[in-house]
Structure formats: structure tokens, C-alpha cells
Write a protein that binds this ligand. Structure first.
Ligand code: SF4
Length: 250
């Protein structure tokens, strides 16, 4: 016999997915995720600063114009903030980003003597993260992007899509902040799978588990997702007057 409490009890018994299970299911949808370096580490650093608070399209255009204008990172580091600002206007927040790019490039050059950051790839992951995060404007996400995308290290960048999907699947708790999410999500899958896990969660967040209206009805993870259906709009009650108007007239 069903009781009024039946539904909450059933929900609480749902066995949540573990990260490797999420990975396995999404791999069936998205196929293999092959890592290929996009830029070298210092270029990725500049690109990542440009990508803050703007779309991929805008940051790509801004990066392209920056490199077309100056040619090398050395020339960017020597340019005035105003000249950099002019070149990266497409990317938004050009004033702040121009100062940040110039400052970080100069600090890196002072310490390393060049823009070759390939030595980070030889460091233990935590040390490489710490090395990068000491520079102004480089937080856990930027550090993880550089190490993962440019150097193929098993660092997990957590963007807004990954953060949202992970919370909805309860891979991380509702009170975990985005910075902490990096430390929690990264060890949930074997190092060899971190890049693919990152790619799959982003794609899932962009295509299905959208911020405003997740498509739970089309989601391959719906069966054991604790948030499944939570975003459905409640059906509007039909008013008594409308019901009466639909009743057959005698
Ligand atoms: S079932 Fe809905 S909330 Fe859960 S992961 Fe899928 S789309 Fe997101």
C-alpha cells in the first residue's frame, strides 16, 4: 500500500553515481576524448587570462589579435598596458586583463629567464600547482588549465558547467565552493582519465544539464541523479471555473 511518505523514502534510497560510473556512461555518448596541446604553457597562461568572464569566441579573437599585433610573448611583456589593452579589446575587461597579462609575464620571466614552462611537467602535480598559484591572478582553475591543457598533467579544471553538474549529481556537496571542488573532483577518477572526465562533464553541462533548464528527460544519467526532475516547472492548477466551463452541459 502506498503512503504519503513513499516518494521521499524512494528518493533517499537512490544510489548516487560515483565519478567513474559517470565517466563510463558519458564516454558512451561522447566517444574518446583525446588530449592535444593547444598552446604551450606560457601561451595557455595568457589565453586563460583572456578567457576570464567572456566567451570562447571572444577570448580566441582577443588572443589572435594580441599575437598578430606583437608576434611573441617577449614583445607582449615589453609592451605598454595601453597597447595590450588595444589589442585585446574583443575579450572584454581589457583594462584589467592587459595589466594582469603584462605583470604575470614579467614575473614569470624574472623567475625563469624565459617563457619556457615545460619544467612544470617534470614536477609533482601539487608542486606545479603551487608554483603557478603564487602569481597574481592565477587561482586553482587557471593553474589546472595550464597544467592539463598545455602539459597533459592530470589536473582537473573546474568551470561553471563542471561545478553545476557535479553538484547536481552530488559528486560534491551543495556547500563546496568552486576552488575546493578542484581538490575533491580531481582524485575521483584515475589520473589517466582526468582530462576526459573534464571534457565529458563540460559537454554534458553545455548540451544537457544546462543551467536554467536541464534536459533531464534526455539525460543518460537521469536514472540515479538525485536532482532529476527538480527543475521541472510545476503544472499549473486548473481553476475551478475553468473546470466547470469544460463540464458537459445538460
Ligand atoms: S538528470 Fe537532470 S539534473 Fe541530473 S544530470 Fe541529468 S540533466 Fe542534470
Amino acid at each position: 500500500m502506498s503512503t504519503r511518505n513513499e516518494e521521499p523514502i524512494r528518493k533517499s534510497r537512490i544510489r548516487k553515481y560515483k565519478a567513474p560510473e559517470v565517466m563510463e556512461i558519458l564516454a558512451l555518448v561522447h566517444g574518446p576524448a583525446e588530449w592535444e596541446p593547444r598552446y604551450n604553457a606560457a601561451e595557455e597562461l595568457v589565453y586563460t587570462i583572456l578567457s576570464q568572464h567572456t566567451s570562447d569566441l571572444n577570448s580566441e579573437r582577443a588572443y589572435q589579435t594580441l599575437m598578430d599585433t606583437f608576434g611573441t610573448l617577449n614583445a607582449v611583456a615589453e609592451a605598454s598596458p595601453e597597447a595590450i589593452e588595444d589589442a585585446i579589446r574583443h575579450g572584454g575587461l581589457a583594462k584589467q586583463k592587459s595589466v594582469r597579462i603584462k605583470t604575470v609575464l614579467n614575473l614569470v620571466h624574472e623567475e625563469v629567464g624565459s617563457f619556457d614552462l615545460s619544467f612544470l611537467g617534470e614536477m609533482p602535480l601539487d608542486e606545479a600547482k603551487t608554483w603557478l598559484k603564487k602569481f597574481p591572478g592565477i587561482g586553482p582553475k587557471t593553474a589546472a588549465i595550464i597544467l592539463c591543457f598545455a602539459l597533459g598533467m592530470p589536473a582537473m579544471p573546474v568551470d561553471t558547467h563542471i561545478y553545476r553538474v557535479s553538484q547536481r549529481l552530488r559528486l560534491i556537496g551543495p556547500k563546496v565552493n568552486a576552488d575546493k571542488a578542484h581538490d575533491l573532483l580531481e582524485p575521483m577518477v584515475p589520473p589517466k582519465d582526468v582530462f576526459a572526465f573534464h571534457v565529458y562533464l563540460i559537454r554534458h553541462g553545455r548540451q544537457i544539464c544546462k543551467a536554467q533548464r536541464p534536459k533531464c528527460g534526455e539525460c543518460v544519467l537521469a536514472e540515479r541523479c538525485p536532482s532529476q526532475g527538480k527543475f521541472d516547472k510545476p503544472k499549473r492548477k486548473t481553476s475551478t471555473r475553468k473546470l466547470k466551463s469544460r463540464m458537459p452541459k445538460n
